[in-house]
Design a protein around this ligand. Structure first.
Ligand code: NAP
Ligand code: COA
Length: 263
């Protein structure tokens, strides 16, 4: 499947774009012609993603930072903006998660996930805003079903992703006057990802998850990326403050992920 959007000349930064769904999103923007930048904590993952995303005459940009460190985020995103004078689309997708029963989760465990997801989203959006503030620019948060559906073993992630979506919607309200659109994407279960490896770690659990999806299968990173290509484009020029699912209808069933492995 290949969505046909033309991003030639556009500058797109994907936070957490060094693996999984976010790397798939960065690859889709690069394939559509965009100049792409990615950032995450691991220098090795950043270098590998930059190599994979670079095209002849169109090198990708990489920055190493932890989204919980506001100064480091501003330096990394600022470096990408300085290289081309602006950012057209920002994708904020860094997240941390693991299954853990509430009784066994420490304050620092809860805080780590909330800090990566909520404070991280805040730091990323604040850092990018000076480089985005003009009509046509777009911001996309990568949220999760946990933002809308209460799940056992996921109190930390549910609180965190609900916070991500509310920050996203509040900034849509504030930045709309500048012509900047801010939306959230909620992927359903996406095959072959770190997130699913943690929440559905064996074949039986993955089969239960797939069976709970009305379309009968997990999704792909390319299918999430297709929605991001739409949201970043002029085709979505009147879409802001929206929280859009790309989940094969999973959220209609409200069955919850089949999860194992919590303490
Ligand atoms: P993933 O491969 O682990 O992707 C997470 C990315 O964020 C990595 O690039 C990671 O790189 C980066 N990251 C993590 N913590 C960071 C931090 N503190 N600072 C900077 N970067 C950080 O996981 P994924 O499963 O593809 O998930 C990607 C996104 O999709 C997440 O927002 C997740 O909540 C969402 N999502 C996933 C699913 C699913 O089925 N997998 C479903 C719904 C939503 P480093 O390790 O180098 O930092
Ligand atoms: N169950 C319960 N608690 C856990 C845990 C688990 N599986 N994994 C980590 N924790 C706790 C730790 O024990 C620690 O708490 P403590 O200090 O009270 O012992 C706290 O979480 C922080 O752990 P640490 O390893 O220092 O955090 P980090 O900042 O290095 O890493 C994580 C953050 C824990 C979220 C890590 O899993 C990560 O980097 N994830 C990114 C990739 C990811 O989650 N991908 C899926 C995206 S949906």
């Amino acid at each position: 499947m290949r969505a046909s959007f033309d991003y030639a000349g556009a500058r797109v930064f994907v936070v957490g774009g060094t693996s999984g769904i976010n790397l798939g999103i960065a690859a889709a923007f690069a394939a559509a012609g965009a100049e792409v930048g990615v950032g995450s904590r691991s220098a090795g993952k950043v270098a590998a993603a930059v190599a994979a995303l670079s095209a002849p005459g169109r090198p990708a940009f990489g920055a190493v930072f932890d989204v919980r460190d506001a100064a480091a985020v501003a330096e990394g995103i600022g470096g990408f903006a300085a290289a081309g004078g602006r950012i057209d689309v920002l994708v904020s997708g860094a997240a941390g998660n693991f299954p853990a029963a509430a009784h066994a989760l420490s304050p620092n465990g809860f805080k780590s996930v909330v800090d990566i997801d909520v404070l991280g989203t805040w730091n990323v959006m604040k850092a990018a805003h000076p480089h985005l503030r003009r009509p046509g620019a777009a911001v996309i948060s990568i949220s999760a079903p946990q933002a809308q559906v209460a799940m056992a073993l996921q109190a930390h992630a549910c609180a965190a992703k609900a916070g991500v979506d509310m920050v996203t919607r509040c900034l849509a309200l504030e930045w709309g006057r500048e012509g900047v659109r801010v939306n959230s994407v909620i992927p359903g279960p996406i095959d072959g990802t770190e997130g699913m490896a943690r929440l559905a770690p064996d074949a039986a659990a993955r089969a239960r998850v797939a069976a709970a999806v009305p379309l009968g299968r997990m999704g792909t990173a390319a299918e999430v990326a297709a929605l991001c290509l739409f949201l970043g484009s002029a085709a979505a020029s009147y879409v802001t403050g929206a929280v859009l699912t790309v989940d094969g209808g999973w959220s209609l069933a409200l069955g919850g992920y089949a999860m194992t492995g919590g303490a």
